[in-house]
Design a protein around this ligand. Structure first.
Ligand code: R5P
Length: 290
């Protein structure tokens, strides 16, 4: 039985189709004061394996609270075999303490999710691998790169160079480039003098090349805008932008397009205008293999 939370209804439906599983319908609404109501509209046998698909991005608190309501209701129904699939796991950006007595919100979230007896958590390109260690249950951190690579293969006539906007994202570029059998690189800051810092590609030239930028998250778009400007200066003929999680704060897409991107595309870990790559097969294949 697949339960799709409000934040991931289409993805949950697609996963159910891939697995040939039943999709459970929910009744959700908001009271006038903003509090949420939830009812599970199906009879679920106690021994049923239940998979909840619910990303917990913006509005994080509402989506997280809805997940807890689903989990608590399932627990009242004596259902114990529960897997949570949260392709974008909210509150993952603070997984350690930078200043004294800060709340480690990723840890608080982990504690809460586990309170309801969840057996396994599945997510996609978690912001840090170390988030898995905050849980006592198995956490599977799937990669969206094969799905993104497949999409590039299907939609590009010429193999692009795959570029990470910084060193931290170079493994994403490497993973896609390996699948597509093409070149990859990342942008690196080089200090030319005490006053002058230049950002350029580490190993290869992008002159006259079609370039794909890949990052895990696009939030304000600042990182990508900077990368596009550098790549254009260095002679790239086109720049298409891909990410896993389209957080897209305010006018991020507009800023990226205005900087000269040919396209902005993302997975459906979060709902957005650019969420064109489905993670359904990635998630379903993983669930089948468990
Ligand atoms: C950073 O660690 C991430 O990989 C992204 O590069 C970052 O979240 C992008 O943020 P923004 O879009 O605000 O530049």
């Amino acid at each position: 039985m697949i339960i799709g939370g409000s934040a991931s209804q289409s993805l949950a439906s697609q996963v159910a189709i891939e697995l040939n599983d039943k999709l459970c319908s929910l009744e959700t609404k908001k009271f006038p004061d903003g509090e949420r109501y939830l009812r599970i509209k199906e009879d679920i046998p106690e021994d049923e394996k239940v998979i909840i698909v619910q990303s917990t991005g913006y509005p994080q608190d509402e989506n997280m609270m809805e997940l807890f309501f689903i989990l608590d209701t399932l627990s009242d129904m004596n259902i114990t075999d529960i897997t949570v699939v949260s392709p974008y796991l909210g509150y993952s950006r603070q997984e350690r303490r930078f200043k004294e007595v800060e709340c480690i919100s990723a840890k608080a979230t982990a504690r809460l999710i586990q309170t309801f007896g969840v057996k396994r958590l599945i997510s996609v390109n978690l912001h840090e691998d170390s988030i898995c260690e905050l849980y006592d249950i198995p956490v599977d951190n799937l990669s969206a790169m094969p799905a993104i690579a497949e999409h590039i293969k299907e939609t590009f006539e010429v193999k692009p160079v795959i570029l990470a906007p910084d060193k931290g994202a170079q493994n994403f570029a490497k993973e896609i480039a390996t699948i597509l059998d093409t070149d990859y690189d990342y942008l690196e800051k080089v200090r030319l003098s005490p006053e002058v810092v230049e950002t350029k590609t580490k190993n290869i030239s992008v002159q006259d090349k079609s370039v794909v930028i890949i990052d895990d998250i696009i939030s304000t778009g600042g990182t990508i805008v900077n990368a596009i400007e550098i790549l254009k200066e260095q002679g790239a003929v086109s720049v298409d932008v891909f990410c896993v999680h389209p957080v897209l704060v305010n006018d991020a897409v507009l800023k990226i397009n205005a900087a000269g991107a040919k396209s902005v595309q993302a997975t459906n870990s979060l709902k957005s205008d650019v969420s064109v790559i489905s993670l359904a097969k990635t998630i379903a294949n993983h669930l089948k293999a468990l």
